[in-house]
Write a protein that binds this ligand. Structure first.
Ligand code: 13P
Length: 338
C-alpha cells in the first residue's frame, strides 16, 4: 500500500478503535528506524515533520527520501506535516508529496482560524491531501539542545465542545487535534486528561480526534483516550530522550573508548525503535497490517499487496512495484490475445 492519506488511514482506526502513532522525523536516521518498527509490528504508521523542526531537516530534500522508503514496504504510511504554521510551508509540503498536512491556527482568534483552515482544506483536499487542525491550544513546544522544560496544561486553553462542532463543520477538516490536559514535552506532575470533555467532543464531531503530547501519558490513559475517539497520537520527546540516555550509557559505561560515530548513532536508533514498537502495541495498531484484516478497504489501489490473495500473513517482501509490473504484463498479454 505504501503511502496513504490521513483521512483514509484514520477511517479504519476510528471504526476499529485503535490509534495510529505519529512520530516526528528530525534526522534521516528516523526514517528507516520508524518504518522498520512499523513493519516488524505489522502496523500502519505516520511519519511527520514539524515546521519547528525545519531547522534540522530540509523539507524539500527529505520528502523524496521518505516517499521512496515508504514505497518499498507493504504497510500503509502517512507522510504528514506537523504544526504547519505558515501557509507557504503547507503549500511547499503539498507540492513535495506529503499526503497530509496540519495547519495549526490554534493561536488565532476563532474566526481567523476557521477562515485560514478552510482555505488550506480547500486547496489540500483538491489534490487528495488530508488536513488536521487544532482547536484550543496544546502548549509546551520543545526545541533545541537544552533539557526540556516540564509543562502543566492550563484549562483556559482546553478545546470548547461547541466551538469544535462549529469548527469542524465550517472548515471541512479531516482530523481535529484537541486540548484536554495534554501538553508537548515533559509533564509537570502527572498528566490529568479531561476524559469527560474528550467524550463530549467525540459525540459532537464525526471526524477522528488527535492527541498531541503523547510523551509521559500512561498506557491506561492512552487506551481510555482511544476508546473515547482518539485515532492519532503524536509522540516525540520520550523517544528522543530515551535515545540520548542510551548513547550516554554506551559512551560512559559500555564502550568509553569507541571512536566509530556510526556505531554510536546506531545505539540511539536502536532505542528509538524499541520505544516506538512498544507504543504501537499500546496504541492497538500492532498486527492491523495483515491480509485478513480490512485495513485497506477504503483504498482504491487494486495493485496493492493487501488486496492480493497471494500475500500470505507474515510475508513482507512482496513489493508494490512488483505487483504493478505483473498486472501491467497481464493487461498487455490480454490485449495481444484479443
Ligand atoms: P511529545 O514530544 O510531547 O511526545 O509531543 C509530540 C507532538 O505532539 C508533536 O506534535
Amino acid at each position: 500500500m505504501a503511502l496513504i492519506n490521513l483521512k483514509d488511514l484514520l477511517k479504519h482506526a476510528k471504526e476499529n478503535q485503535y490509534a495510529v502513532g505519529a512520530f516526528n522525523v528530525t534526522n534521516l536516521g528516523f526514517i528507516d528506524t520508524l518504518i522498520e518498527a512499523a513493519v516488524e509490528q505489522r502496523s500502519p504508521i505516520i511519519l511527520q515533520i514539524a515546521e519547528v523542526h525545519l531547522r534540522y531537516v530540509d523539507l524539500e530534500e527529505i520528502a523524496p527520501i521518505i516517499i521512496s522508503a515508504a514505497k518499498k514496504v507493504d504497510i500503509p504510511i502517512c507522510f504528514h506535516l506537523d504544526h504547519g504554521e505558515n501557509f507557504q510551508t503547507v503549500i511547499k509540503a503539498i507540492r513535495a508529496g506529503f499526503t497530509s498536512v496540519m495547519f495549526d491556527g490554534s493561536h488565532m482568534p476563532l474566526e481567523d482560524n476557521i477562515a485560514a483552515t478552510r482555505e488550506v482544506t480547500r486547496i489540500a483536499n483538491a489534490v487528495n491531501v488530508s488536513v488536521e487542525a487544532e482547536l484550543g491550544n496544546v502548549g509546551g513546544e520543545v526545541i533545541g539542545e537544552v533539557a526540556p522544560i516540564a509543562h502543566a496544561a492550563s484549562e483556559e486553553f482546553f478545546t470548547n465542545v461547541g466551538e469544535a462542532e462549529r469548527f469542524v463543520k465550517e472548515t471541512g477538516i479531516d482530523a481535529l487535534a484537541v486540548s484536554i490536559g495534554n501538553v508537548h514535552g515533559f509533564y509537570k506532575g502527572e498528566p490529568n486528561l479531561d476524559f469527560e470533555r474528550l467524550s463530549s467532543i467525540s459525540k459532537a464531531v464525526p471526524i477522528p480526534l488527535v492527541l498531541h503530547g503523547g510523551s509521559g501519558i500512561s498506557d491506561d490513559d492512552f487506551r481510555k483516550a482511544i476508546s473515547l475517539g482518539i485515532c492519532k497520537i503524536n509522540f516525540y520527546t520520550e523517544m528522543s530522550a530515551a535515545a540520548v540516555a542510551r548513547v550516554k550509557n554506551y559512551l560512559i559505561n559500555e564502550k568509553p573508548d569507541v571512536t566509530s560515530i556510526p556505531d554510536v548513532i546506531a545505539r540511539a536508533f536502536e532505542e528509538v525503535k524499541n520505544v516506538v514498537k512498544k507504543r504501537l502495541e499500546v496504541f492497538g495498531s500492532k498486527d492491523m497490517c495483515a491480509p485478513e484484516k480490512t485495513l485497506c478497504f477504503s483504498c482504491t489501489d487494486t495493485a496493492c499487496s493487501f488486496t492480493d490473495p497471494r500475500l500470505k500473513p507474515g510475508a513482507t517482501t512482496f513489493l508494490y512495484e512488483d505487483i504493478v509490473n505483473e498486472i501491467t504484463d497481464q493487461v498487455i498479454a490480454n490485449i495481444k490475445n484479443k
